[in-house]
Design a protein around this ligand. Structure first.
Ligand SMILES: Nc1ncnc2c1ncn2[C@@H]1O[C@H](COP(=O)(O)OP(=O)(O)O)[C@@H](O)[C@H]1O
Ligand code: SF4
Ligand SMILES: [Mg+2]
Length: 375
């Protein structure tokens, strides 16, 4: 880079910082809104992730798995985090839950606020009081969350009794209510059964019941339907929607499959190489995607109006997070890459109060660099 380009880079960095702080103020004052289904989303922000960085020390060096992720979530809202495998989705959600193994991992920068409490400063003991009570998490494989040697009833009531001072019979009543809520038939009988006596879909319903039994305000679901077949997947997603309507719980839904979120997300954050590269309402992401990676993801989602051969997977692989690129991490795969993309990370462009994107195509100053198209 020559001197002029360096000056320009510095100026852009400063503008990016100013823009981010402006956006933060703006997003905190976004008024409550109604979704198409007339679901009311409050303006109360319950979760705020601010410039989160997570690194892992390995024999091969340091892996910078999450590189400055920021987003917030309002009461009663569902935010989907979408991106290819390895982009940092699980590390982000584990960091919120205080589940990063330290060592080898560490939160090297940033913070997570949950209802005015800074989770990233809490001790393990303080965090245990939040886990399962205020914030619950559901993982991809229901068997990892269930104990094969205990009945469903024992497992459900154990959660309530550990975290509240409910009596045995109150805990049992609560367990029955939960099984009804997640649509398990004959709950009285089913309480006495073991996990292996349930189908995969039913087991995931039980895990959801366990996650909700202490009435958390936030539910983080990490690929909750990936292990299930398509029909059951749709039923579980419907269940999330129903539960949200009944309980008002806020949901972070993590998935590699943009098709999954079409049904239940209110907003979508698209992650790539440890960063959120586009964030918007479901409408904005599906109808006016701005980032070439989001556009690529949408072209690779099966749709009723497309034949199978019209689906276009995104060619190439994401960058190595041992030494992440200084420029746009999508450069090597992007059909629109310009010279500036290789050298400087794009600034964040705000398209609307809810839509933001990190791509030089959105920034007219990119023309100040020699505009050499790669292809
Ligand atoms: N315990 C760990 N040690 C080293 N690297 C890790 C560890 N956990 C995750 N990573 C790395 O962090 C990156 C993001 O992983 P992850 O968040 O699990 O991706 P995904 O988006 O598929 O959920 C990957 O490159 C992964 O290899
Ligand atoms: S910044 Fe450049 S390389 Fe990155 S997505 Fe935009 S055009 Fe493509
Ligand atoms: Mg994952």
């Amino acid at each position: 880079m020559n001197e002029h380009q360096l000056d320009l880079a510095k100026e852009m960095e400063k503008e990016k910082r100013d823009e981010l702080s402006r956006m933060k103020k703006q997003s905190q004052s976004v008024p409550s809104y109604k979704t198409k289904k007339q679901k009311m989303i409050s303006d109360e922000v319950i979760l705020e992730v601010d410039n989160l960085h997570v690194q892992f020390s390995t024999f091969g060096g340091s892996v910078h798995a999450v590189r400055g992720v920021s987003f917030n979530l309002r009461k009663g809202e569902t935010l989907a985090i979408v991106g290819e495998s390895g982009c940092g989705k699980s590390v982000t959600s584990n960091a919120i839950m205080g589940l990063i193994p330290q060592p080898p991992g560490r939160i090297s920068e940033g913070r997570v606020m949950f209802k005015n409490q800074e989770l990233t400063r809490m001790t393990k003991k303080q965090m245990r009081k939040v886990q399962g009570v205020d914030i619950s998490m559901i993982f991809q494989d229901p068997m990892t969350a269930l104990n094969p040697t205990l009945t469903i009833g024992e497992q459900l009531t154990e959660g309530v009794r550990t975290h509240t001072n409910a009596s045995k019979s109150e805990a049992k009543e609560k367990a029955l209510d939960m099984l009804r809520l997640v649509g398990i038939p004959n709950p009285q009988e089913r309480l006495k059964q073991y996990p292996h006596q349930f189908s995969g879909g039913m087991r995931q319903r039980i895990v959801i019941a366990m996650a909700l039994i202490c009435e958390p305000e936030l539910l983080i679901a990490d690929e909750p339907t990936t292990a299930l077949d398509v029909t059951i997947q749709a039923q579980i997603l419907e269940l999330f929607e129903e539960i949200q309507q009944k309980t008002g719980v806020s949901i972070v839904l993590i998935t590699h499959d943009l098709g999954v979120v079409a049904k239940i997300a209110d907003r979508i954050a698209v992650m790539y190489a440890g960063k959120i590269i586009e964030l918007g309402t479901k409408r904005e992401i599906f109808y006016t995607p701005q980032h070439p990676y989001t556009q690529g993801l949408l072209k690779s989602v099966p749709r009723l109006d497309l034949l199978e051969e019209e689906l276009q997977p995104i060619e190439g692989t994401p960058p190595d997070l041992f030494s992440p690129p200084t420029g746009c991490p999508f450069t090597a795969r992007c059909p629109f890459a310009m010279e500036v993309c290789e050298h400087i990370h794009p600034t964040t462009t705000v398209k609307s109060s809810s839509h933001q994107v990190d791509c030089w195509l959105q920034d007219e100053r990119a023309q100040a660099f020699r505009n050499e198209l790669k292809v």
